[in-house]
Design a binder for this molecule. Structure first.
Ligand code: 13P
Ligand code: SF4
Length: 300
């Protein structure tokens, strides 16, 4: 059955001149059919430079919007339009405008986990891979950082600038508790702890390295260590195990699943290529203004 589906997706992908991009948290079968699998930064770069006519984005809504902003002439498909990001939904354009008017004249760094409308009101975007560098690149001593208070706290610990955080957070990463990590460390004393900066500072303070999802893949590949406790959404373990068959990975939490990242499957990818729906549509002025913030980040 799935062989049949895979064959049909490949045929239709060719006919539509499409490329399939998948985030590192996607289901294994979705990662396998993708042309490129990566973190938010790698996928934005891939979306900006691809020559394909159609981008099938296997991730969540803000990621597909970012692809549309960077490649507005292309059709960008999100195979399940219900795949949103609860953290991105924690700040609307109106809430950002209020936040800005409470802190006039201070530049806004928007994590890519925001809607295109929020990006359009921001000065520059960042991802978990480059947040510290983006903040350091700005002249201002004070920075408004939206929406992730955990990433903001991590960045604040790495810079002398004053970071004024918004109050959003990732429910999936916040489910990973320091007590989970301490237990995993007791059970596997040789293992290194790698944490995503969306985790709480309690978890980050226990980590040997803090990395984006693709940063974790690079860290593990380069490390002499053989065992790792991975503090992020558990979907990353698939690629970690596949690319490092001689290393051992421990998932510290029983509940670190992002349900939105699991909404896309092979059937939905096929249907989206058949119907060319659900396609991301954005107003022209939002595209133009959001593109400035994203391109400033990519230029760094
Ligand atoms: P990265 O893959 O950029 O580290 O992002 C993690 C994430 O939570 C995306 O929603
Ligand atoms: Fe959003 Fe967190 Fe899911 Fe990433 S893992 S899509 S930040 S809810």
């Amino acid at each position: 059955m799935s062989e049949d589906l895979i064959k049909k997706i490949r045929e239709l992908k060719k006919k539509r001149e499409a490329i399939i991009l998948a985030h590192n948290y996607q289901l294994p079968e979705v990662q396998e059919i993708a042309d490129i699998t990566g973190d938010s930064l790698e996928l934005s770069r891939a979306a900006a430079r691809t020559e394909a006519k159609v981008i099938v984005f296997c991730g969540v809504h803000f990621m597909a919007e970012t692809a549309k902003v960077l490649s507005s002439a292309k059709t960008v498909l999100l195979p399940d339009e219900q795949a949103g990001c609860p953290m991105a939904d924690m700040i609307t354009r109106e809430q950002l405008l209020e936040f800005k008017s409470a802190h006039p004249g201070i530049p806004v760094v928007a994590y890519v986990n925001t809607s295109a409308e929020v990006k359009a009101e921001s000065d520059i975007c960042c991802t978990s891979a480059n947040a510290v560098r983006v903040v350091e690149s700005l002249e201002s001593r004070e920075i408004l950082f939206v929406p992730d208070k955990s990433l903001a706290a991590y960045v604040a610990s790495k810079t002398s600038k004053t970071i004024i955080p918004y109050c959003g957070y990732c429910p999936t990463h916040h489910r990973i508790l320091a007590s989970d990590v301490l237990r995993a460390k007791r059970e596997h004393p040789e293992a290194l702890v790698i944490a995503h900066p969306e985790c709480t500072m309690d978890v980050i303070s226990l980590a040997d390295a803090v990395e984006s999802t693709s940063g974790m893949l690079r860290f593990v590949a380069a490390s002499q260590a053989k065992e790792f406790i991975i503090c992020t959404e558990r979907g990353l373990l698939y690629r970690l195990k596949k690319e490092n068959p001689n290393k051992v990975f421990y998932n510290p939490s029983p509940v670190n699943v992002c349900p939105n990242m699991k909404k896309i499957n092979l059937e939905k990818i096929l249907w989206s290529l058949e119907d060319m729906q659900p396609a991301i549509e954005l107003p022209e002025d939002v595209i133009t203004r959001a593109r400035c913030a994203i391109e400033r980040m990519i230029a760094l």
